[in-house]
Design a protein around this ligand. Sequence first.
Ligand code: EZ4
Ligand code: CO
Length: 402
Amino acid sequence: MKITDAKVLITSPGRNFVTLKIYTDEGIYGLGDATLNGRELAVASYLSEHLIPCLIGRDPFQHEDTWQYFYRGAYWRRGPVTMAALGAIDLALWDIKGKALNTPVYNLLGGKSRTGVMVYGHANGKDLEETVDEVGKYIALGYRAVRAQSGIPGIPSTYGVAKGKFHYEPAEKGLPPENIWSTEKYLLHVPKLFEALRLKFGDDVHLLHDSHHRLSPIEAARLGKSLEPYHLFWLEDAVTAELQEGFRIVRQHTTTPLALGEVFNTIWDAQTVISEQLIDYIRMAPLHAGGLTHLKKVASFAEMYHVLTGCHGATDLSPVSMAAALHFDISVNNFGIQEYMLHTKQTDEVFPHSYHFEAGFLHPGDAPGLGVDYDEKLASTFPYERAYLPVNRKLDGTMFDW
Ligand code: EZ4
Ligand code: CO
């Protein structure tokens, strides 16, 4: 089999998605997600200008070699744009192989290690009471795990606390909006939220929280410690992790499980936090980690250090990414949990898919390949619109961590 062509498709059915479609001489095509939130066209251009010309004529079955060709073979390596482009190619090639062999991708990855993939939903409220109500709605829908984020008294806007509820979208059209942040107010508020949640819902439901890289190590240590009575499933992205050693401080002070890595793109970003057992869950997702080829190596490395997987699965990952994550989740032994934010109805229509939700679990379905298609005609009715994630400033105007 030979790759004959590839094209980059861009659509915006509620938010922007970039999709790579690779064609072969046997009529089979594969799909890869190439969406990098707020930087979409950089990946599109990296693919069309630099990678696609080198793909034509290659055998799609040799995807380990193709991965190494674009990674080891390249002088400029790593980085989110490069690795998202490589991830898109890799996902499309696994999709082609699955379709050609008439089997779901999870069978190529080792088969099913479990009956379903436990997911967590996103409950957001403008204040504590509204967040408690939102968590209740997810529990009523059958979710076993819920991430809870709440607006903070005294801070007018907080990222992740949306106007819309079930279909909230973090990126906004136009130039980046500015949010305001106060670590002091945040640290006082979050333990109250989880105290209220445990009082209302008891001990069984898994509760998660995301700090979005906004704490220093010692602040994260304090938060982790103050949340211990409410036994979180995880505390996510407590600290920015360019300095992986920073997590030593957090780890010395708290038994709250730590999750990290949705913005990482290679194993090198997580080498210290995994090998020193400074985290419990690694959040890298197939697309942004250079595809399934690299992510399965990350999972094997993590397995040696008792670190479980917890793939990023926000709405800025398309259904192609979600499917790839589910094939991975159901097959690896050290799976932990999968993030699941609902896409808009229009997105689900542009990307018809075989995965489905049932009683708190997602199932990848049994369609060959990744089990996702792309309705090009419908997609073309949703043109690209520039959009950005917000930026974040302290109360006194200081530029702060996203
Ligand atoms: O803010 O995907 O855990 N999930 C998250 C997401 C991210 C967005 C950023 O593109 O943190 O909501
Ligand atoms: Co996150």
